[in-house]
Ligand binder design. Structure first.
Ligand code: MTE
Ligand code: QUE
Ligand code: MOS
Length: 797
């Protein structure tokens, strides 16, 4: 209920476990590893053309450059295929390249300057081939990846026919670069007997391990992949870190020397895939009140040249085309198209932002058609608690959406500001002022991998005899704070301060068969696995504590173990029952009934001396999931993270430049483990999304080569772009009982709220243009905004 929602306060959150080393410049990234003797620098040779035949690849001159040591081409790769879902991509291309930036050779040299000279001496003769560069061309030529899929409910044709009002349209959405500060990087050390140790900036150490092993013809047991921390991943290092590591590994294997490959920003942007561009065709039917009756949508995405994660991304887009709104008759079709660009990939939100862009845009359309406020249209169509199910048949539990709309409407003074903006705009029209816009959008983000087997995690918890704890999980720290969250779970579970817990670098030799740190599930999956491991250790310690209570302290093992005078404590069935009688708190273990209390460190020492294990491996699988991909029906997600945002913008009438005047965000994150980190994810994700919908413009030349491959040509948000007023709050919600500690995942959902900036820009444009329905592509660059504001001025161009 609306009035029951209230704002959450920070009850004191631990700081990020890398904050101190970050601000003092001591945090160690892949390229900070000290150079080893004989280590080689690697560089990549790639195609300048979107589609071309490689007539000749001549490395002879390059190999003659002093200091150049080795080169690797397709012939050197044992298994020259990889791909997370479909293995359709060569690690090194052979005769034909499918995109500008596709790698054909790796060169290695003793010094950076020798490498640069060697790369300049590489001779490649290309024969250009016709390339597919637009989604329309791909559709015409039936250039597709995977089959078209459909998720549907009800009878869309019938319902559209019966709808009193209908609108048709196309939404154009461009991609975006991840712009992590640390480029793709790997350092590989050859180890004895043919083994490889791979240090990689990867969100998916397990896949990187596997791709390296196959490329080098090794068994998985002979490759260890380590990811200590990433300088940002944002989805861009989920699949695409793997071939980078393979390039370094192939050089290392061939030469027997350590090999380092760290991409320059330019190479990184040219070679790696982006957020998938989308083109969405839709028809929507609604009543005069603005109630949705039917939605028929056809989603096409630009997958780039290879499958990568695009089919899973498309699936998530289809599953998010409802967002916060109930549509009785709904049909979403999705088809990934194959174009001659870098293979597009995961990016914060996966397919979600594209599906949500569609329906939030439709809400604005309906508002114009019915002459109502878009917020009223949204509230009218919002899912009702306890009643509604999604178009794929999942019931909504713990649905706070109506309350979130209501609360933010009040908190941000929506109605008064709307009136003010209307007045402002009337005046602006007459006096050549700048139009303003306001829009309030929602997010309902499904938490779980839609591919069921990925919803598992494992963790290793080791308690040392000084009472300090090391934790290793499959989760990769990329700035989001997953280590701090898991450390907090472990510390709370064991009743220790967080300073007693050290999160260890993620490595496949401690945690194998892991999922990527993705889908916002890092803490959910790995935190729960760590919690399970703690629970097993606690059971043994609790049973031991109960026994020790009955033994005089002089006879405890720390007094007697060396002498062998006392019988050892051997635990039995009491392990299963003891925990309920004992509490772990304040670095002490206390027996509830008798108040008998032992310092944690003393109990741990007794456990060791009595030969009781102080380590545990936990494995966790997310329960309840059941999504049938063939039918497109079922419980795709464990739960939903929800939120709303209201954005106000002003457009410079003469340049099309957008200023975000004010943003108010309200998120439901259940019971956050770390309020400060979560708020950081909310504001950071929002601003990152704002870049995508406003200034980040990927520009390719006629050969399909990315021209905007540096910060000077590709404009991510700067501090100046931060909303002038920026309020972000969380609401209190104890109702998410299905997830670890009642939390909700935060990593991706807030990004989707950036769409309120885009719809606010549309709002400003449409009120300026007499409330016509006017489409606006993503990103709404200054040029696009100007064209939409005054198309007359561009009619001759
Ligand atoms: N935050 C930072 N600082 N850096 C990142 O690379 N990646 C995002 C999000 N937040 C990212 C981030 C993406 S795409 C995901 S899926 C989640 O973090 C992954 O981490 P989590 O599962 O621990 O939330
Ligand atoms: C969200 C995600 C991912 C996803 C599904 C989501 C993701 C990912 C995969 C995936 C799918 C099939 C595979 C595979 C991975 O699905 O990140 O190995 O065979 O990698 O809803 O973030
Ligand atoms: Mo995040 S796009 O799931 O890595």
């Amino acid at each position: 209920m609306a009035d029951s929602l209230h704002t959450l306060k920070d009850s004191g959150s631990a700081s990020h476990d890398s904050s101190w080393t970050h601000v003092t410049g001591r945090s160690e990234y892949v390229d900070d590893r000290p150079l080893l003797k004989h280590e080689l620098w690697c560089g990549l040779v790639f195609s300048p053309y979107a589609h071309a035949k490689m007539k000749t690849l001549n490395l002879n001159f390059a190999l003659k450059v002093p200091g150049v040591v080795a080169a690797v081409t397709a012939q050197d790769v044992v298994h020259n295929h990889w791909g997370t879902i479909f293995q359709d991509q060569p690690i090194l291309a052979t005769e034909e390249v499918q995109y500008a930036g596709e790698v054909v050779a790796v060169l290695a040299a003793e010094t950076k300057s020798a490498l640069a000279e060697g790369l300049r001496a590489v001779e490649v003769k290309w024969e250009k081939l016709p390339a597919i560069k637009t989604i329309d061309e791909a559709i015409t030529q039936k250039s597709f990846i995977g089959e078209q899929r459909t998720i549907a409910r009800g009878n869309v044709e019938e319902a559209l026919k019966n709808s009193p009002h209908k609108l048709k349209g196309v939404v154009q959405i461009q991609g975006a670069d991840h712009f992590y500060l640390e480029s793709q990087a790997a350092v590989v050390y050859p180890k004895e007997d043919g083994q490889l140790e791979v240090h990689s900036s990867t969100q998916h150490p397990t896949e990187t391990q596997h791709v390296v092993a196959k490329a080098c013809g090794l068994a998985f047991k002979d490759v260890v992949c380590i990811a200590k921390r990433l300088g940002g991943g944002f989805g861009g290092k989920e699949s695409q870190a793997a071939p980078i590591a393979a390039y370094a590994a192939l050089i290392s294997q061939k030469t027997g020397r350590p090999a380092r490959l760290v991409l320059t920003k330019d190479d990184d942007m040219i070679i790696t895939g982006k957020r998938n561009p989308f083109q969405i065709h839709y028809e929507v039917g609604f009543t005069s009140e603005g109630k949705l009756m039917a939605l028929d949508a056809q989603l096409f995405s630009d997958g780039g040249a290879y499958a990568d994660l695009s089919t899973a991304i498309m699936e998530r887009a289809m599953l998010h085309s409802d967002n916060a709104y109930y549509v009785a008759h709904m049909r979403v079709k999705g088809q990934v198209c194959k174009l001659n660009y870098h293979p597009h990939t995961a990016f914060r939100g996966f397919g979600g932002p594209k599906g949500v862009a569609l329906i939030e845009s439709i809400m604005e359309d309906i508002a114009r058609a019915t002459q109502k406020d878009a917020l009223d249209i949204r509230k009218l169509n919002c899912y009702k608690p306890g009643e509604d199910t999604t178009h794929y048949g999942q019931a909504l539990e713990n649905n706070l959406l109506p309350g979130l709309f209501e609360k933010l409407e009040n908190d941000c003074d929506y109605r008064a500001r709307r009136t003010e903006i209307q007045k402002w705009n009337q005046k602006a029209l007459l006096e050549s002022g700048n139009p303003r816009g306001l829009s309030l959008t929602a997010v309902k983000f499904g938490i779980s991998f839609t591919t069921k087997f990925l919803n598992q995690g494992n963790a290793l918890v080791i308690v040392h005899t000084d009472g300090s704890v090391q934790v290793s999980t499959g989760a990769v720290e990329m700035g989001q704070g997953v280590n701090t969250r898991i450390a907090t779970i472990v510390a709370e579970e064991l009743g220790l301060p967080i300073s007693s817990v050290r999160m260890m670098p993620t490595t496949t030799e401690k945690n194998a068969n892991t999922s990527p740190t993705a889908a916002s599930s890092g803490t959910d999956i790995n935190g729960a696995a760590a919690q399970k491991a703690c629970l097993e250790i606690k059971k043994r310690l609790a049973a031991l504590a109960l026994r020790l209570e009955t033994i005089p302290k002089e006879s405890w093992a720390y007094k007697t173990a060396g002498l062998g005078t006392m019988p050892e404590v051997v635990l039995g069935n009491d392990i299963e029952t003891a925990l309920s009688e004992v509490s772990f708190h304040n670095s002490h273990v206390q027996i509830r009934k008798t108040s008998f209390s032992i310092p944690f460190v003393e109990l741990v020492r007794e456990a060791y001396l009595n030969r009781i294990s102080l380590s545990e491996y936990g494995h966790f699988r997310i329960p309840h999931l059941g999504f049938d991909k063939i039918k497109g029906q079922g419980r795709a997600f464990l739960y939903f993270t929800q939120g709303v945002a209201a954005s106000e913008v002003e457009i410079d009438r003469w340049t099309g430049e957008v200023k975000v005047r004010r943003v108010d965000i309200l998120m439901d994150l259940g019971r956050p483990i770390n309020y400060g980190l979560d708020l950081g994810q909310v504001t950071g994700g929002f601003i990152q999304g704002m870049g995508w919908v406003t200034t980040e413009n990927l520009v390719y030349n006629d050969d399909g080569f990315l021209l905007s491959h540096s910060p000077s040509t590709y404009k991510i948000p700067s501090i100046q772009d931060t909303p002038r007023i920026f309020n972000a709050n969380l609401v209190h919600n104890d109702g998410n009982t299905v997830n670890v500690k009642g939390t909700k995942a935060v990593g991706e959902p807030p990004l989707l709220l950036c769409l309120s900036v885009w719809t606010a820009i549309r709002d400003a444009i449409m009120s300026f243009r007499g409330n016509q329905v006017i489409p606006l592509a993503i990103p709404a660059t200054a040029e696009r905004v100007l064209r939409a504001l005054s198309p007359e001025d561009f009619s001759s161009l």
